[in-house]
Design a protein around this ligand. Structure first.
Ligand SMILES: NC(=O)c1ccc[n+]([C@@H]2O[C@H](COP(=O)([O-])OP(=O)(O)OC[C@H]3O[C@@H](n4cnc5c(N)ncnc54)[C@H](O)[C@@H]3O)[C@@H](O)[C@H]2O)c1
Length: 254
């Protein structure tokens, strides 16, 4: 069954990791996928692979985001799904004691303000149609504290989670569902790069995952496809956790 047949989906951060895996999954389920990213070459490649289109856009820039969603709605005549997923996790975001205001503001802008902007400019098109599904990528760190801190990242994802919850509540009776996706650590370039520099930190993280491994991006994409489709028609304002058991664990198996 093609759950997303003829749906138009916008995916930010589609050039890599979770976004790229989701672009492939959405397309496999029948959707037309608009692949959004800063990275032009990789973004175009994915768009071509999935038979969609690439739009270069900085999702932290209001004018570009407005143009993105208005442009998609004008060109395709509809907007069914927005997967607001672009995010950064830079190495200069660390303990609060060492993290400067520049890193803090950059991370909040790219990870949280971008979600505010994407929701703000996607929602009118969905409300006009009386239907839509928005999925915002938060993280399990929005739910639990880590001793190996990335303070701005964690705060940014808390913002995404609570914003998504409130939007889900506000628009529930108008047919638009909004959910926060909370992935556990995924084996993507973002995380691998960070952990390659610090294997001790990687090992420390894995200890807390009952499944004893990082997720594959495809495993996250499967959850996003569920949230995007009508199979999740009674799911909104949720914190949708896909974390290999991390947030459920007190002690993990050896
Ligand atoms: N990898 C993990 O373990 C993990 C865990 C939980 C949550 N997440 C979140 O999942 C999302 C995707 O992460 P990923 O691991 O696939 O990362 P990734 O680095 O593989 O991909 C992120 C993409 O976002 C793009 N991007 C960054 N800033 C942008 C901007 N301003 N405008 C447009 N595009 C921009 C990048 O070019 C990149 O292609 C992020 O929000 C991340 O915080 C990741």
């Amino acid at each position: 069954m093609q759950r997303l047949q003829d749906r138009v989906a916008v995916i930010s951060g589609a050039a890599s990791g979770i976004g790229a895996a989701t672009a492939r999954r959405f397309a496999a389920e029948g959707a037309y996928v608009v692949c959004v990213d800063l990275a032009e070459e990789a973004g175009k490649q994915i768009a071509e692979e999935v038979g969609g289109e690439f739009v270069q856009c900085d999702v932290s820039d209001e004018a570009q985001v407005r143009e993105l969603f208005d442009g998609v709605a004008a060109r395709r005549g509809r907007l069914d799904i927005a997967f607001n997923n672009a995010g950064i996790s830079p190495p200069d975001d660390d303990s609060i004691l060492d993290t400067g205001l520049d890193a803090w503001e950059r991370v909040i802008r790219v990870n949280t303000t971008s979600v505010y902007l994407c929701c703000k400019y996607a929602l009118p098109h969905m409300l006009a149609a009386g239907k839509g599904s928005i999925i915002n990528t938060a993280s399990f760190v929005a739910l639990m504290g880590a001793a190996t801190s990335q303070i701005a990242y964690t705060a940014s994802k808390g913002g995404v989670l609570s914003m998504s919850r409130e939007l889900g509540v506000q628009f529930a009776r108008q047919g638009v569902r909004v959910n926060a996706l909370c992935p556990g650590p995924v084996a993507t370039p973002l995380l691998m790069e960070l952990f390659a520099k610090d294997p001790e930190r990687a090992a420390r993280r894995l200890v807390h995952v009952p499944m004893g491994r990082f997720a594959e991006p495809e495993e996250i994409a499967a959850a996003v496809a569920f949230l995007a489709s009508d199979d999740s028609s009674f799911v909104t304002a949720s914190q949708f956790i896909v974390d290999g058991g991390i947030t459920g664990a007190y002690v993990t198996p050896l």
